[in-house]
Design a protein around this ligand. Structure first.
Ligand SMILES: *Cc1c(COP(=O)(O)O)cnc(C)c1O
Length: 432
């Protein structure tokens, strides 16, 4: 049964000599589960193939973008067509307006939008615009939310309400995080207290409207509404970081799903369909502070890149036309109910939150509502579960603190096969 990984092991050995940790983004390095990352040779629909020739059913989807699966024919054709005209011009193209129009039509809060090249760039720019627009400096983020590797947002999670942020990465000057308040997700009282104390200094409140980056954590309706109401009351810009949830939870993102409209929204992942695209947008009066209309500077040599625009346009048009969201939700719910059933029978403490096609199987007996609870997950059990499934040809995110994604190419048979494998692996772990 054991899969062969000798080529991946050699490739990882070589990469570690050349690239810090052998990876260009730390989440890929299997740090949370141990062992050697598998090196990929190609993707096809819902499957990944590694350089040793093993095939995996993919629940990572490049950490979000591949809701349509790998190498969707419409997407491939669009990129090929764009490639025939050139890769980058540093001058406007009509494709930028096509993607902007699709984004504005889809996302309730966005009246004007600027394209960038990553989610990090999107959140960094949105914060600058919110600060420029309000003339204020202080921002609120929530423990366990990830908004890219922006200095002012890389703040240590976990400490209590209103604790001034301390940098969680060496290299981030204390000055960069002095104006970042870190609060606990889903804590309406803590949020209200923070606004009462500092509301008139607050430029922005930024959050993942469904968290994916401490595993899937779902907001209570009261919490999302409190975010909206307090921001309105104090003139603070409410930013939904929908880099993960945009075009994932619904075509209009979490804001369309929950019916709560922020002032600004950041996008990434699916909006680029697998090429590097991020975007930030919002109310026209706020976005008109951006250069060259207004004084807030933000720029990018490769922003609005024609290949990336073509890939994003093909992805969004396909999603719009096929509207797969109800079907995605059905498959995801079946998978999560099945996992929960297996855990119940084997007496494994667990909870499996899911929204749309995002889910996490937490090895935790409590409902995971915030970072403090998520920090109590059984990560050792997760590591065994992860490797057990990998050896059975199922590729999950290599950390307990990540969202898993179901895509349009996942079949009901794939879901059944995943459940059978999960049952076998959890059986080995528990001896039940
Ligand atoms: C992935 C992610 C980011 C960062 O995007 P990058 O493209 O990796 O820079 C920001 N916010 C959220 C919610 C994300 O999931």
């Amino acid at each position: 049964m054991k899969l062969k990984h000798t080529r991946s092991e050699a490739a990882f050995e070589r990469a570690q000599q050349l690239i810090p940790g052998g990876v260009n983004s730390p989440a890929r390095a299997f740090g949370g589960v141990g062992g050697c990352p598998v090196f990929i040779s190609r993707g096809e629909r819902q499957y990944l193939f590694d350089i040793d020739g093993n095939r995996y059913l993919d629940y990572v989807g490049s950490w979000g973008p591949h809701i349509l699966g790998h190498r969707h024919p419409v997407v491939v054709a669009a990129i090929q067509q764009a490639l025939a005209t050139g890769t980058s011009f540093g001058a406007p193209t009509e494709s930028e307006s096509v993607l902007a129009e699709l984004v504005i039509a889809a996302v309730p809060s966005i009246e004007k939008v600027r394209m960038v090249s990553s989610g990090t760039e999107a959140t960094m720019s949105a914060l600058r615009v919110a600060r420029g627009f309000t003339g204020r400096d202080v921002i609120i983020k929530f423990a366990g939310c990830y908004h890219g590797h922006v200095d002012s947002l890389l703040v240590q999670a976990g400490s209590g309400a209103l604790t001034l942020g301390t940098p969680s990465s060496p290299g981030v000057p204390v000055g960069c995080t002095r104006d970042t308040l870190v609060l606990e997700y889903n804590d309406v009282e803590g949020l209200a207290a923070a606004f009462k104390q500092r509301g008139n200094e607050l430029a922005a409140l930024i959050l993942e409207p469904v968290v994916g980056n401490m595993g899937v954590v779902i907001p209570t309706p009261e919490f999302l509404q409190a975010c909206r109401d307090l921001c309105t009351q104090y003139g603070t810009v409410l930013i939904f970081d929908e880099v993960m949830t945009g075009f994932r939870i619904s075509y209009g993102g979490a804001q369309a799903h929950f019916g709560v409209t922020p002032d600004m929204t950041t996008l990434g992942k699916i909006v680029g369909g697998g090429l590097p695209v991020g975007a930030y947008g919002g109310r026209a009066d706020i976005m008109n502070t951006v250069s060259p209309v207004g004084p807030v500077y933000q720029a990018g040599t490769l922003s609005g890149n024609p290949l990336a625009m073509a890939c994003g346009i093909a992805t969004l048009e396909t999603l719009k036309k096929t509207n797969p969201y109800a079907e995605l939700e059905r498959k995801t719910a079946n998978l999560c109910e099945g996992l929960s059933q297996i855990c119940r029978v084997k007496g494994i403490p667990h909870t499996v939150p899911h929204v749309g096609s995002m889910f996490t199987l937490f090895f935790n007996s409590e409902p995971v509502t915030n970072y403090q609870v998520s920090a109590r997950n059984d990560t050792a059990r997760f590591a065994r579960y992860f490797h057990g499934l990998l050896e059975r040809g199922i590729y999950l995110p290599c950390s307990q603190f990540e969202a898993n994604f179901v895509g349009v190419e996942h079949t009901d048979e794939n879901i059944e096969q995943t459940l059978a494998s999960a049952e076998a692996v959890l059986g080995e772990i528990t001896g039940i």
